[in-house]
Design a protein around this ligand. Structure first.
Ligand SMILES: Cc1cc2nc3c(=O)[nH]c(=O)nc-3n(C[C@H](O)[C@H](O)[C@H](O)COP(=O)(O)OP(=O)(O)OC[C@H]3O[C@@H](n4cnc5c(N)ncnc54)[C@H](O)[C@@H]3O)c2cc1C
Length: 385
């Protein structure tokens, strides 16, 4: 792990204490009851953790993605991997802070920062998938208004959110030329409907299919002054998303390793703790090394991003996300193995992490698309698709 400033260490310790007061049992109980982590979210907002990366003039803490990554990692390390941290403050908050109009910043950022509002993010579509150039959601002008139609898939947290940041194309789909634009769409807008996707992930945060059927929006729903803001705004959101997802994965992995280490040093079946068998201890040590390597890259990517070194940050954020999701999947699998049969019980709280870390190898960008990116942009290979 990189050296943190005194303020960052204090933030990390305070977030960790908050997360541990709630813990994984709370997270699982909420998930299984079909409820949300409302109390934890509200408290994190009140303590300034949700808005830690947003500008102070809009109620934020004035920190960077480094601070937000610490919040994501520490809550996950306490057994509460909150995906909406990635979506509302990291993606929507960063995009609106950097590319929103002054009126949009004033309207939305204070609520994101104090937790009273959530804005979720909708780019994925059933047909387009990883290829966002194929976006089929279209926004057309009608007088001053915008009218949006299309479908979105896997959109996290729509049921908890006040608004969805929807990515749509403004050029005619037939021209094939993508001019993405972002729109802040109220979740109760006329013409917007949703159905829940049943997921095999133990989480209080749900995924949704969204249907936009001629959703009419006023001119000021468009993020920024005009549609040219769309593409840079979209790219602005990608690196914070990858860095915070990676941080959440690293935190989850730490939680799993901590649980398994504690079990290995107390469970005894041959007269001494199972942790004395190298077959048990080495996979755990290996997982710890992989997670620590991923954390180095996560905070390197965050530092580059916070320093405005966007090109380098893009490469580092992709690598960090890849390294973290691989390490987290392996760490949770190892933790289950170390627990033997108990590893598959709800009580021991490690198998409940499996769906979340496994999804991290697919979303928000799959491991294959990251390998494509690195092959092309780092190794200079021709684009393969
Ligand atoms: C838990 C969860 C939460 C999510 N939350 C959100 C959200 O809030 N908002 C949102 O917009 N989206 C969200 N997503 C969607 C997520 O971003 C997509 O699932 C992801 O981008 C992959 O797209 P896809 O599922 O369409 O897979 P596809 O694009 O269909 O890909 C399927 C497989 O083919 C591989 N593949 C595709 N193209 C290539 C290629 N050129 N080379 C090599 N391999 C390739 C992929 O890597 C993958 O393994 C979420 C997904 C999950 C699972």
């Amino acid at each position: 792990m990189i050296d943190l400033t005194v303020e960052q260490r204090d933030l990390r310790d305070a977030v960790s204490a908050l997360g541990r007061r709630y813990g994984h049992e709370y997270f699982v109980r909420k998930a299984k009851a079909g409820e949300h982590t409302t109390e934890l979210w509200a408290e994190a907002g009140k303590l300034g953790y949700l808005g830690v990366s947003l500008p102070t003039e809009y109620g934020g803490g004035g920190g960077g993605i480094t601070e937000l990554a610490l919040v994501c990692e520490e809550l996950a390390a306490a057994g509460c991997p909150l995906l909406l941290l990635v979506v509302s403050p990291a993606i929507a908050g960063t995009i609106l802070a950097k590319h929103g109009t002054e009126a949009q910043r004033q309207r939305y950022l204070p609520g994101i920062a104090d937790g009273s509002q959530k804005i979720v993010f909708a780019i994925t579509e059933p047909e387009a998938g990883s290829n966002f150039h194929r976006l089929g959601t279209v926004a057309q002008r009608d007088g001053d208004d915008w009218v949006i139609s299309g479908r979105k898939a896997f959109i996290s947290g729509v049921d908890e959110a006040d608004h969805v940041l929807v990515v749509a194309r403004t050029a005619d789909a037939a021209t094939g030329k993508l001019q993405p634009a972002l729109f802040v769409v109220p979740t109760d807008a006329s013409g917007l409907s949703r159905s829940q996707l049943e997921m095999e992930i133990v989480s209080p945060e749900n995924q949704w299919l969204l249907y936009l059927d001629e959703v009419r929006l006023p001119a000021d729903a468009l993020v920024g002054e005009d549609t040219r803001v769309g593409l840079p705004a979209l790219f602005t959101g990608l690196n914070p998303e990858r860095i915070t997802v990676a941080a959440m994965g690293a935190g989850t992995a730490r939680y799993a390793i901590e649980r398994a280490s504690s079990y290995a040093s107390t469970r005894s079946v041959w007269g001494r703790p199972i942790g004395t068998h190298q077959g048990v201890a080495h996979p755990l040590a290996h997982a710890a090394i992989q997670v620590e390597l991923a954390r180095l890259m996560i905070y390197r990517a965050a530092a580059l991003y916070d320093a405005g070194r966007d090109l380098e940050a893009g490469i580092a954020a992709n690598m960090a996300k890849y390294a973290s999701s691989e390490a987290a999947t392996q760490a949770v699998d190892t933790a289950i193995q170390v627990h033997g049969g108990n590893g598959m019980t709800t009580d021991y709280g490690v198998a409940t992490l499996l769906g979340g870390v496994r999804a991290g190898r697919i979303a928000p960008v799959s491991r294959e698309m990251i390998l494509n990116f690195v092959a092309q942009h780092v190794l200079g290979q021709d684009k393969s698709y």
